[in-house]
Design a protein around this ligand. Structure first.
Ligand SMILES: Nc1ncnc2c1ncn2[C@@H]1O[C@H](COP(=O)(O)OP(=O)(O)OP(=O)(O)O)[C@@H](O)[C@H]1O
Ligand SMILES: [Mg+2]
Length: 422
């Protein structure tokens, strides 16, 4: 019988919330512990795991906890490294669960390793970029860190004052997620940074990001760094002389909606878009503002041609005491259509999945489904449609002026798609 202890960090303190118990990954089930349930401030760790005394089913357990793991090639590489079955999410979590997305920490046994930061030399940061997913896998294992998503990525600590990167050890939190370039999808780092900048110009709240460029001219050496919105530096608490990041909790829409990570793309009409808006309407501490923000994010993704805007690319960010929730800042926005990847969106919009067939009317049709008036949806659509080309162009120029000469070309390619769609 395996027992994984689940903790959540609140104001820098680890609170034991319960256990995942089972013979293996097929029958593992999560249960809140009595002490947590009876404590005065107990709050659910997920919208899909409301407080209850009974065990959750194996499927509910898998839905939330497996969703914390890396996906695709990264998951395969981690499993191979550990010599374990890649479906065995329990074994992988037992190794990587010390630093996850949000404030959850998972430990099998005592697992009390001292928190520490080890400075990375410039060469090491460069190696991280150059060595692809194998290197990031090695670092994931070394840092016991589980970051969902398919791209090779690591969580690192960045100390802005000295422009230095550190590897978190033990259960030390990371401050940034660092994503690698992609061998097949050229200039993806510049593409993502450009889209984030354009989104910001259009009033969308985005996570802060920048490009790490050991060699500005070598595309494969560029790294995309995003500051974690689920980490806040403490003014009084330090690890190895560095400000300790306190963890804020977050969960992605797939976790909150009870959708398996493997089903993050809506293949048959299952009302994903309506469910996303219901989720915000019923759970956000500022539902009106967040519904509009979500709508703007979706329209932006459509306009720039990001078909990879699945339900794990939207999250809820919890307040310090878990009592409030807001739509998290936008992240992982890449204009995927410039790579001639699938034209299928990640969810149906007004009954249509093919991004090249979706149009203004599709959003009009979607309005009743998502519970927002058609007039408002179309007004926001038109406003954004008027702004988009200028914003993409300006973001491209901004990056070009910073030395990323390819940005202009990417901006142009994105805008060709924008014009086609409008
Ligand atoms: N700035 C951020 N702060 C906190 N969490 C973040 C941030 N950016 C991304 N995340 C979280 O990390 C996860 C992985 O990041 P991201 O989506 O960018 O990776 P990816 O591998 O490109 O994903 P995908 O598999 O969708 O292509 C996200 O699902 C989100 O939960
Ligand atoms: Mg993603």
């Amino acid at each position: 019988m395996r027992e994984l202890n689940v903790f959540i960090e609140i104001n820098g303190r680890q609170i034991f919330v319960g256990q995942i118990v089972g013979e293996g990954y097929l029958d593992a089930r999560f249960k809140y512990c009595k002490e947590y349930l009876t404590s005065s401030n107990a709050m659910p760790i997920s919208i899909s795991l409301q407080l209850q005394e009974e065990y959750f089913s194996a499927s509910q357990t898998k839905n939330f906890f497996e969703s914390l793991l890396p996906e695709g090639f990264s998951r395969k590489a981690v499993a191979e490294w550990m010599k374990t079955d890649e479906n065995d999410y329990i074994s992988i979590l037992a190794v990587l669960g010390k630093e996850c997305l949000g404030a959850i920490k998972i430990i099998e046994g005592d697992g009390d390793e001292q928190a520490a930061y080890v400075r990375l030399s410039e060469e090491k940061v460069k190696a991280l970029a150059a060595e692809g997913a194998t290197k990031s896998t090695e670092i994931l294992i070394e840092t016991h860190l589980s970051l969902t998503g398919a791209t090779g990525k690591v969580g690192l600590y960045y100390n802005e004052a000295e422009n230095a990167w550190y590897l978190p050890k033990g259960d030390a939190p990371s401050t940034h997620i660092v994503k690698q370039s992609h061998v097949r999808l050229k200039q993806i780092v510049i593409n993502e940074q450009l889209c984030m900048k354009a989104a910001k110009r259009m009033g969308i709240t985005v996570s802060d990001s920048f490009i790490i460029c050991p060699d500005i001219n070598a595309d494969e050496e560029l790294l995309y760094a995003t500051a974690r919105y689920d980490r806040v530096l403490s003014e009084t608490d330090f690890i190895d002389g560095l400000q300790r990041p306190y963890r804020l909790h977050q969960e992605d829409f797939a976790q909150a909606l009870g959708i398996f990570a493997a089903e993050k793309y809506e293949k048959n009409p299952s009302g994903y878009m309506a469910r996303m808006f219901d989720l915000i309407r019923n759970n956000s501490s500022s539902p009106l503002e967040d519904q509009e923000a979500l709508l703007r994010m979706i329209i932006f993704n459509y306009l720039i041609g990001n078909t990879d805007c699945h339900v794990k690319n939207f999250s809820l960010l919890y307040g310090k005491d878990l009592k409030s929730k807001r739509l998290a800042p936008a992240y992982d926005i890449v204009a995927t259509r410039v790579y001639k990847t699938t034209p299928e969106m990640s969810f149906f919009i007004g009954g249509e999945l093919d991004i090249e067939k979706i149009n203004r009317n599709s959003f009009g049709k979607a309005a009743s489904e998502i519970g927002i008036s058609k007039n408002l949806v179309l007004r926001i659509f038109d406003e954004m449609a008027n702004e988009i080309e200028k914003s993409i162009q300006a973001a491209g120029e901004e990056l070009c002026n910073a030395g990323f000469m390819n940005a202009k070309g990417i901006g142009k390619a994105i805008n060709e798609g924008v014009r086609r769609r409008l």
